[in-house]
Design a protein around this ligand. Sequence first.
Ligand code: ADP
Length: 162
Amino acid sequence: MKTRRAIYPGSFDPVTFGHIDVIKRAANFVDEVIVAVAENENKKPLFTSDERTHMLMESLKDHPGVRVESFDCLLVDYAQERKVNVILRGLRAISDFEFEFQMALMNRRLKPNLETVFLTPSEDVTFLSSRLVKEVARLGGDVRQFVPEIAVQALAKKFAEK
Ligand code: ADP
């Protein structure tokens, strides 16, 4: 039988319960989910790629079938290198659609055999984004219901340093 693997790429700056919801759903129907942290230095992330990867690894250590890696190249090249032809993305709302649709079609042009699969998150996480969580944390709000404990601590530390 084929081993079905899929790549779930993103910035994960930091991981939220929205990302984790998508990863758990995916792990129910593929053998291995590769959570791929895009280094994305041009996006000026709050956390380094190592910090983002570490937070994901800690948050997902009890989930079999999930591995966390980081990459710093074109996603389609990374997928080819890892011999994976399914890209997973989460769609929160119509507002995500345009960008995700463009990206999926761009990736298909670049690698026609690559399929992008969109997952629908649980409705109680659809409002969550790393950007908003950072904003709440920066202003001293409680983010424990939005991100795993390791990210709560990391956000507190990061904003205490600033
Ligand atoms: P990017 O910087 O590539 O947008 P993110 O880390 O913000 O990466 O998100 C990675 C993927 O996870 C994207 O497909 C995004 O739409 C999805 N995602 C982010 N937050 C949520 C959420 N709350 N529910 C479902 N999907 C989400």
